[in-house]
Design a protein around this ligand. Structure first.
Ligand code: ARG
Length: 569
């Protein structure tokens, strides 16, 4: 594959040093110049305790890239590659015939945890990012060759369920004593109402709080009536979010919940206790996390005997090890759960080190954390009464805006694709760790860094190719580079595979967004700077082929972001 000529030469040079650092290619930084850049020398220098600039010159001299690229060293020790023009044309032709993303040489098994939305509640703005980022990471990891298991990790086993049952019981009582009619076909909305009621009750009276705790305990202990009620609630919840899963194009290999690992908990707690990793404290069982003391212990069992989400999160690690033997588990979860996850990871790693078989071999546990979706004032997006906005509301706003901006006569399917593209690209194009402002106006713009802009770039090339077929002068031929704007576009497309790999390594879909946008702007520049359909023979078919390749690659990039491309816009 095209950049692999450079990557291979780099790998050979890096392998001559006794520490293992994988060289990664990136687009050059603004003042770096060149077509590609490699900043990994800095990392290698750190490990080798060498001055980066010296090491960079040493490696540059070793690289065998005759006829491929010239190498320069800039900044603190960046390697810059300037491809020869001939190489650009040659590799573009070859690359256009292949799948654009190379597979990794050592594929891994990766479990992606999609955050764990709680049952009986409508999805809200906080879940948007888990689904959008999680699905994009899933596609990116699959594209580079990893085996991926995506799991929703349904939150269906803790105190929230006890509160929900409390709300249901209170509502049923009201029915009996006042003869109010209750719709027997509960929807997710009804469940949300029951949960809110139960939650309010526990706040208003400590006795209700005890009742909710007791419900949780009886459910976990296997009370048949509560189990039956719970199964019904779970089924309604699943049906209720199916629509969101489909609309957001998320794919789950398993829809397991916290409850599914319940059978593993007693033995696991026993082992942790025996190994001295969990201790009794006021009747409760806690897992002290032996770190530098900055992390709180994990609460594993309350004094009443019920379990918490730390317990199920640990048992889920055990479950995933036995089912999938993963090399890595990626938790696509809100950054505000950082401490919770860190403590679980630490306890799991202590358990593995202490020799507990069920925690071995322990996969790398990675929190792919993300920031909040905010309103214009920078606060987490919420409804007027301060509750987190519902996912439906956000999608509704995006759909309304899409219908407003796309031309009359465009079908509903296109409006949906545009709305989802706007929503997803706005989310994925920021560093996932920072929050971003939800602004339908801006994310739907056809001129900015947006999903619809890139969809339009693809649709525009489709229409150009249709026209090219109509004027009797023929369609795309073999890719040709005749103008600096052609070369600039080709180089952007050549940069795409490295961006996908970077996204996979850093778990940052932003890298794919940036690459897609850079291809999009290089494509726009071509329209502005050169003739296309009226270009002379010999140039026209080469340029059309280049543009088709670029549009196809933008389409691939959008696919990795979970965005569909309409044929016409
Ligand atoms: N269901 C829990 C909640 O909403 C989040 C679980 C976090 N853990 C995880 N593995 N995703 O509070």
């Amino acid at each position: 594959m095209y950049t692999s000529a450079i990557e291979k030469a780099l790998a050979v040079a890096f392998a001559q040093y006794p520490v293992s650092v994988t060289p990664v290619l990136s687009p050059p930084n603004k003042n770096g110049g060149g077509d590609f850049q490699c900043n990994s020398v800095l990392q290698l220098a750190g490990r080798m305790k060498m001055k980066p600039i010296d090491l960079a010159h040493e490696i540059a001299a070793k690289l065998d890239l005759e006829g491929v690229a010239d190498v320069t060293v800039t900044g603190p020790g960046y390697l810059n590659f300037i491809l020869t023009d001939q190489f650009v044309e040659g590799v573009s032709r070859a690359a256009a015939l292949e799948s654009s993303v190379v597979k990794v040489s050592a594929p891994e098994t990766v479990v992606i945890d999609f955050g764990g939305p709680n049952i009986a509640k409508a999805l809200h703005v906080g879940h948007l990012r888990s689904f959008v980022i999680g699905e994009s990471l899933r596609r990116i990891l699959v594209a580079v060759g990893h085996r991926v298991v995506s799991d929703i990790h349904y939150g269906d086993w803790g105190l929230p369920i006890g509160k929900l049952i409390l709300g249901i019981e209170a509502s049923l009582e009201a029915v009996n004593s006042f003869g109010v009619k209750l719709n027997p076909n509960w929807t997710l909305d009804d469940l949300g109402g029951f949960y809110r009621l139960g939650n309010e009750m526990t706040k208003s009276d400590p006795a209700f709080y005890e009742k909710a705790k007791d419900n949780t305990l009886r459910l976990q202990a296997g009370d048949p009536d509560l189990r039956a009620l719970w199964s019904r609630v779970r089924a309604i919840s699943l049906a209720g979010i199916e629509g969101h899963i489909a609309l957001l194009g998320a794919h789950f290999d398993t829809l397991d919940g916290e409850s599914d690992v319940d059978p593993l908990i007693p033995a696991m707690l026993d082992d942790l206790f025996k190994a001295g990793l969990a201790v009794e404290s006021d009747g409760a069982l806690v897992g002290p996390v032996v770190d530098d003391g900055s992390l709180p212990p994990v609460l594993l069992r309350k004094s009443d005997g019920s379990y918490l989400y730390g317990t199920t999160d640990l048992a889920t690690i055990v479950d995933r090890i036995s089912k999938y033997h993963p090399d890595k588990i990626v938790y696509c979860v809100d950054g505000r759960q950082d401490v919770h996850l860190k403590t679980c990871f630490m306890l799991a790693s202590n358990a593995a080190e202490a020799g507990l078989a069920e925690f071995q071999p322990l996969p790398r546990l990675v929190h792919a954390d993300f920031g909040t979706v905010n309103d214009a004032s920078g606060k987490p997006y919420s409804t007027r009464d301060g509750k987190p906005a519902l996912l439906d509301d956000l999608i509704g706003e995006a759909l309304a805006k899409a219908r407003e901006v796309i031309s009359d006569g465009t079908d509903a399917d296109t409006a949906r694709m545009v709305a989802i593209a706007a929503l997803k690209f706005a989310d994925l194009s920021t560093d996932r760790r920072s929050g971003y402002v939800f602004d339908p106006e801006r994310m739907m713009s056809f001129t900015g860094r947006t999903g619809p802009y890139l969809q339009y770039a693809c649709a525009r090339v489709s229409s150009l190719l249709r026209k090219a077929g109509d004027d009797g002068r023929g369609g795309p031929g073999v890719i040709g580079i005749s103008h600096p704007a052609d070369r600039a576009l080709a180089v952007e497309v050549l940069r795409f595979p490295a961006a996908v790999h970077r996204a996979a390594v850093e778990l940052q879909p932003k890298a794919v967004c940036d690459a897609a946008y850079d291809m999009g702007t290089a494509l726009s520049r071509l329209y502005a700077e050169v003739e296309i359909l009226r270009a002379p023979d010999g140039e026209r078919e080469g340029r059309l082929a280049l543009m088709k390749w670029a549009a196809d690659t933008i389409g691939n990039a959008l696919h990795l972001l979970g965005i569909e491309v309409p044929e016409r816009m």
